[in-house]
Ligand binder design. Structure first.
Ligand code: AHM
Ligand code: MG
Length: 339
């Protein structure tokens, strides 16, 4: 590479936000502060995960989190990093974290945003070096509110932004500011310490014969879901008589990231063990549904209802999910008679 090949006019995350400020829902300068704090949290968690193997952080702490899963040291650290970054921004009033039973209310009087997050999603995969991520939804607190749970128990359509960071071979960040602004994909340049725009206006392919589901749960599924998945494994007319391929990492961010780039269908349906599915509405289903829709895809629950129209009753509510390429989600909707 010669020096002439170096692009000196790259678009960093702060630059993207500054240049697109007029298109961002409700955003003045203060939304930039939220994004700066998020960017910092993602970099910090990314570094910590990469260090973890070396300094032997990996292991069970012995505590369990609010959802009863075994909690690992990295979950605790990721959670602390995230909470402190949001607190430090001075602009976030409310925070929901998968790792905290209760809503966190910060003291900043004029803070305007509510953030919901899963600090390290897919953490059961960490020891195997599989990609994990942080998933985030952002709401603006209601006019006149001083910050309480009603600012958060709202339909997904009211999010002002959502994003996820994936800590893989590199650290990727996909973000949507809603309002038809689409999805922007950034990759962390470790030397610069900046997220660089590498996938502007990412679109999800309209169809791809890939399904991503934990088929080990088949026994617990309802008959319509068993039938639908069985059918995917039969020759499909619309794809030259080939059946679908199975891809399941078991780390939502990684499975969704592949779905963004290649297309296909990701699902976590309800089953006899998890009557509302496994994934959390506020910080897993909502942000992913917003990103998927903004990229041209679809996201529904088992009953075929649009995820973003759902409204949680409790901060840790769950939802079944079917999301990804429009035509593949439509195949499910047709199967259940909703299209
Ligand atoms: P977590 O938030 O405790 O990490 O669980 C969420 C993860 C998702 O990343 C993934 O899609 C799903 O759980 C996998 O669940 P399963 O192991 O039941 O297939
Ligand atoms: Mg999770």
């Amino acid at each position: 590479d010669s020096l002439e090949d170096i692009d000196t006019d790259i678009i960093t995350l702060p630059r993207y936000i500054t240049e697109n400020q007029q298109n961002i829902k409700d955003a003045r300068g203060d939304f930039t502060l939220v994004l700066n704090a998020l960017g910092f949290a993602f970099k910090f968690i990314s570094q910590t995960i990469r260090k973890a193997e070396l300094i032997n952080l990996v292991g069970i702490t012995g505590n369990t989190n609010s959802t009863g899963d075994q909690q690992k040291k990295l979950d605790v650290l990721g959670d602390e990093i995230f909470i402190n970054a949001m607190k430090g921004s001075g602009i976030v009033k409310l925070l929901v974290s998968e790792e905290q039973d209760d809503l966190i209310v910060f003291k900043h009087n004029d803070a305007k945003y509510a953030v919901c997050c899963d600090p390290i999603d897919g953490s059961s995969n960490l020891d195997a070096g599989v990609s994990v991520g942080t998933i985030v939804s952002i709401f603006k607190i209601l006019p006149g509110s001083t910050g309480n749970v009603r600012d958060i128990l709202r339909a997904g359509t009211e999010m002002v932004a959502s994003c996820y960071a994936m800590y893989g071979a590199s650290t990727h960040l996909l973000i949507s500011m809603g309002n038809g602004n689409g999805v922007q994909g950034f990759t962390l340049d470790n030397n610069l310490g900046e997220f660089i725009l590498v996938y502007p206006d990412l679109r999800i392919p309209p169809q791809r014969s890939i399904y991503s589901i934990n088929e080990g749960n088949t026994y617990y599924w309802s008959d319509p879901i068993k039938q639908f998945v069985a059918q995917l494994k039969e020759p499909q007319q619309h794809i030259d008589g080939k059946p679908y391929s199975a891809r399941y990492i078991g780390s939502m961010v990684a499975d969704i990231h592949r779905t963004f780039l290649y297309g296909g269908l990701f699902a976590y349906p309800a089953d006899a063990k998890n009557p509302n599915g496994k994934l959390r509405l506020l910080y897993e289903a909502f942000p992913m549904a917003m990103l998927i829709e903004q990229a041209g895809g679809k996201a529904v629950n088992d009953r075929g209802e649009r995820i973003l129209d759902l409204k949680p009753e409790h901060i840790h509510d769950k939802s079944s999910v079917w999301m990804g390429s429009t035509e593949d989600v439509d195949a499910y909707l047709r199967h259940i008679g909703k299209l």
